[in-house]
Design a protein. Structure first.
Length: 341
């Protein structure tokens, strides 16, 4: 039985890796301007230089628009999915998501303030969103600390709901102040989530964050397995539950805030992907987290391709696509959990 399970997991990882390669190629060729895959590979391998020595149009589209967008989608999807898988294991609840701690609300408020102050520059918006998300989580974590510096999971959830509502109210007020301006349109489009701002700078900044955060969370996969039996049981297994929770919550905050900062609020990726992969891979986080990261990256790139082709030549925010796909699945989870209870 163990040998069969190992083989099936290897097969799943092999399928996921093949799907990632196909997804990458599809993301490069699919768009308002269709690029044949043979031409895309040819231009990439030959560096896209035309006979007269100038860059070809296809190569410029691929190198300046498609490639950074696909890579940013892979990074953001990976960050949200692995964060969601960690939160579901930490809270022992399949309905948990990376946004349960109010990160999205805080990040939206930070981005709204940047736009209200009319700050320009490639890093002002991501920086404002990141600071807002980190501030929200800091407040929530402080409220959830009990005597002896222990952190209650249930208090974290309740504080996240309250603080998230507060930051959402502040964001709504800022939108009201910005009504009738071009900045308000930009803010609303950003809140709905999308990869339209993708560029090589964003990719280069986000890549080390996602790589570092993902490796740290995977290193704590055994701690997550131990916490599945409760904090007392994990303590008897040699795990420091409080330290593990602090590290994992800090890393999830870093990953989620960074993803929201560069791509806006993209919902349901960190909810449905970890749950689906849990059904396929089982509850062992040593295999679940890396599989979830790959699947989340694949899912978001396909959702982005749908967002830029469904209403061509216009472009939908990718958050709308993920919501259309994720909301029915979320209702299914609620119904299934109610039936078990």
């Amino acid at each position: 039985m163990k040998r069969k399970r190992t083989y099936s997991r290897r097969l799943v990882f092999a399928v996921l890796l093949v799907l990632m390669v196909l997804t990458f190629l599809a993301g490069v060729v699919v768009g308002p301007v269709h690029i044949p895959i043979s031409d895309a590979l040819s231009y990439l391998l030959r560096r896209g230089i035309s006979a007269d020595g100038s860059p070809s149009v296809f190569y410029l589209i691929i190198s300046q628009i498609r490639l950074p967008r696909v890579l940013l989608g892979l990074l953001v999807g990976c960050a949200l999915a692995i964060s969601g898988g960690t939160m579901q294991g930490l809270f022992r609840n399949p309905l948990a998501s990376p946004y349960v701690l109010g990160i999205a609300s805080g990040a939206s408020t930070g981005a709204a303030l940047v736009m209200l102050m009319n700050l320009h520059g490639v890093f002002f918006l991501p920086l404002g969103a990141f600071v807002g998300g980190a501030l929200a989580v800091g407040i929530i974590y402080r409220l959830a600390q009990e005597r002896g510096k222990k952190t209650s999971v249930y208090t974290l959830i309740l504080a996240g709901v309250a603080v998230g509502a507060l930051f959402s109210a502040v964001t709504s007020f800022i939108i009201f102040l910005s009504s009738g301006t071009e900045r308000m349109t930009d803010l609303i489009f950003w809140i709905m989530g999308g990869l339209v701002r993708a560029n090589w700078t964003y990719v280069c900044v986000l890549f080390p964050i996602v790589a570092f955060g993902s490796l740290v969370l995977m290193a704590f996969s055994r701690d997550l397995n131990a916490l599945a039996v409760g904090e007392e049981g994990a303590f008897h297994l040699g795990i420091n539950p409080e330290m593990s929770k602090r590290v994992m919550l800090s890393v999830v905050t870093l990953l989620t805030s960074s993803a929201v900062a560069f791509a806006g609020t993209i919902g349901f990726v960190g909810l449905i992907i970890p749950h689906i992969m849990r059904l396929i891979m089982g509850p062992d986080h040593r295999f679940l987290l890396p599989a979830t990261a790959i699947a989340g990256a694949i899912f978001l790139v396909w959702a982005d391709m749908a967002a830029r082709t469904v209403v061509r030549p216009a472009e939908l925010p990718v958050g709308i696509i993920t919501a259309f796909l994720g909301a029915p699945f979320f209702l299914y989870l609620l119904k299934a959990k109610k039936a078990r209870m």
